[in-house]
Design a protein around this ligand. Structure first.
Ligand code: ADP
Length: 308
């Protein structure tokens, strides 16, 4: 999908993003009854930049994600999205505050947090099957034959049965990301942390991958935290969207997406979708301070030769 800014089509006056149809409200009520899988408590992260000045990447951030919930995190560049993802995966440590997965403090990388990045992180020298078997064999210490059986289930689930014995260089970008998802899921994580996983894909493949992800998520007991800067992607995928402000990274708002499930591409033009997207747009891209016609620009065309 990744339709650019301003590409949403509003077919009828948008309802408020706070309005929920009864089925959607009931679903959220049920969701909140489920156990909390991820709890981020008063989390702050400070870095030093190259001049030694302090950068507050995250400032007292709090979040609770319930079992099998899909939460998207959006915000302007530099608001701490990747820092948050890395700390939840145990790849970085908080300056203060806590992260709990299933009630246990995250104090390093472990099997409970599976990560999928934008860049392809497959082992190029291993086939699809071997890439997926790697976690079950090494982290979960399954026998080779059990790991292979499990890998086959994941390969089928992500629709790559015909490519099980292919190497990563023989696959398209979308297929590589499907392997990356299968490989992360094969470790049976409690949470799948996806940091801009479809950012490098073309628009059509990205749309297909979003649909695939929703399909996979419906069939697997996994909670997903999905980082993106694409507003359409966030509204299409998420139960809730966490909006972060930049400098310092703080929670701006946590939005319940009123678009019913199961989701389909047709909903991209629904009033609920449009209202939510518009609200996110206002939060993330406030109106320009300087009108564009006042921006300093020289003229390199003949006067009168205007493109309107
Ligand atoms: P986002 O993913 O939202 O673009 P990041 O989490 O990458 O934001 O970064 C948040 C802020 O923290 C930025 O100002 C970035 O420059 C800073 N930052 C991130 N990692 C480091 C680091 N290792 N050292 C110093 N500053 C960092």
């Amino acid at each position: 999908m990744s339709a650019g800014a301003g590409s949403s089509v509003v077919t009828s006056p948008p309802r408020s993003y706070r309005e929920q149809a009864p089925a959607v409200a009931e679903r959220f009520a049920r969701l909140k009854e489920r156990p909390v899988i991820l709890e981020v408590r008063d989390l702050s992260k400070r870095f030093r930049d190259s001049t030694g000045a302090e950068v507050v990447a995250l400032d007292h951030v709090g979040l609770r994600v319930h079992r099998r919930e899909l939460v998207c995190v959006i915000g302007p560049s530099g608001c701490g999205k990747s820092t948050l993802a890395r700390m939840i995966a145990g790849l970085d440590t908080p300056s203060s505050g806590d992260i709990l997965l299933d009630g246990k403090t995250v104090d390093g990388p472990g099997p409970d947090g599976g990560m999928v990045f934008q860049g392809y992180t497959l082992f190029p020298w291993l086939t699809v099957r071997r890439n997926i078997m790697f976690g079950p064999e090494v982290s979960r210490r399954l026998s080779s034959s059990l790991a292979e059986q499990e890998a086959q289930q994941w390969i089928d689930l992500v629709g790559l049965t015909r490519f099980a014995d292919s190497y990563p260089h023989q696959l398209s970008g979308g297929m590589k990301q499907r392997v990356a998802i299968a490989r992360a899921l094969a470790n049976r994580p409690r949470i799948l942390i996806m940091d801009e996983p479809f950012g490098a894909l073309d628009a059509l493949t990205r749309a297909q991958m979003q649909a695939y992800l929703l399909q996979i998520w419906r069939n697997v007991d996994v909670t997903i935290l999905f980082i993106t800067h694409d507003l359409d992607e966030a509204v299409y995928l998420a139960d809730r969207v966490l909006v972060l402000d930049a400098c310092p990274g703080r929670v701006r708002e946590l939005i319940e997406v009123p678009v019913p499930r199961p989701r389909s591409r047709e909903q991209l033009v629904s009033p609920e979708f449009a209202a939510t997207r518009q609200h996110l747009e206002e939060l993330i891209h406030p109106p320009l301070q300087i009108p564009t016609e006042k921006l300093p620009l020289g003229r390199m065309t003949v006067v009168g030769d205007d493109v309107e």
